[in-house]
Design a binder for this molecule. Sequence first.
Ligand code: ZN
Ligand code: FE
Length: 262
Amino acid sequence: MSAMLRIDPIPAFEDNYIWLLRQADGEGCAVVDPGDEEPVIRHLEQHGLKLEAVLVTHKHGDHVGGIAGLKARWPGARVFGPAHEAVRHLDRRLGEGDRLELANLELRFQVMEVPGHTEGHIAYHGHGLLFCGDTLFACGCGRVFSGTFEQLSDSLRRIAALPPQTAIYCAHEYTLDNIGFAKWVEPDNPALLRREAEERKKRAEGRPTLPSTLSLELDTNPFLRTAEPAVVAAARRWAGKPLDGHREVFRALRLWKDREYD
Ligand code: ZN
Ligand code: FE
């Protein structure tokens, strides 16, 4: 991470975070997934900041709803988003392997296509940070809406292979809820029980549980633990049949959570 890079959450709706990126000494900034322009405009005006870039991960309204209003307020801001989804107001469409360089903000990201939640979802990786929208959540993952279970399973495998110290910036505060399901899957995972105590404390103090780290997710997130014997056994018990490989275990976990937990 660049020494002076500063990242703050701007809360929106019930449980969204719009991530704000800037160099601590500059007035330029970027936001990720602005579902609503109001809280962003208020925050930037309060802090004397100028919007230069908008990064979008996928097409859902709670991630794109603020783009038009932000463009109206800061017409010079450039909007980046997924090449393979219908998102309006994009200045540049990004796909697998594309590089996004925001020279004024000293930011460089590599784009990963991580379909599954939606068919064209992308993530931004750089500076040891991952902005992954609704693909990977803290202790959970997105639902399968317009992508497929196989896609989401494969996308999570790719994220799992990033450096373990990668900071995970997802778009929703779902952590405590997700931990409840993770305990159905692995009631005896000591790292998960430790995490629950820590995350509860943060929420009780009104702090976000994010960012997370990939290493913490690898230790506690059942959707990244689809080769772990205890996770495989729990998924098989629920499915009532043998499951073979990451994709089948992932699918069973996701269906189990959709049908019985959420
Ligand atoms: Zn979404
Ligand atoms: Fe969302």
